[in-house]
Design a protein around this ligand. Structure first.
Ligand SMILES: [Zn+2]
Length: 148
């Protein structure tokens, strides 16, 4: 286990995330959720990633008539950031309609692990109750992630 090759701990390269930055990130995720393309589920989801220099990269869910082609908001946000040349994040915000806190699906957790360390902050809230967010780490969400 000690010899297993792992990517560098990316979260260590980024300054600590402030509560104000997390709230801005939540609002950015909520704004992205409004733009969701979800004619089948009507379930609006938005995600936002906090990159270097406090820059934010957001995505929404994009559904497709061929359901399996649907893209989750979290993976959309990752794709937006990577396309902008950013692969290092210190926090992730996820917002969706209620009633329950919208924890990310397994696929998104694994994709986030590709670009985030286990200490990366994940903040999650229901869209109309952003002040009642839940905060945890990516390591808590996916404790035994697949790595090469
Ligand atoms: Zn997902």
């Amino acid at each position: 286990m000690a010899n297993k090759r792992r990517p560098p701990a990316r979260s260590a390269q980024i300054p600590r995330v402030t509560p104000a930055a997390l709230k801005r990130l939540l609002r950015r995720a909520a704004a992205a959720a409004r733009r969701a393309h979800c004619p089948y589920s009507h379930y609006h989801v938005g995600a936002a990633l906090l990159g270097p220099g406090q820059r934010m990269y957001a995505g929404c869910n994009v559904e497709n008539a061929s359901y399996g082609l649907t893209l989750c908001a979290e993976r959309n946000a990752v794709v937006q950031a990577v396309a902008a040349g950013i692969k290092t994040f210190s926090a992730v915000a996820i917002v969706a309609d209620g009633p329950a806190i919208p924890f990310p699906c397994g696929a998104c957790r694994q994709v986030l692990v590709e670009f985030c360390g286990p200490d990366t902050i994940v903040i999650i809230a229901v869209r109309n109750r952003l002040d009642q967010f839940q905060t945890l780490t990516l390591g808590k969400l996916l404790p035994h992630a697949f790595t090469l």
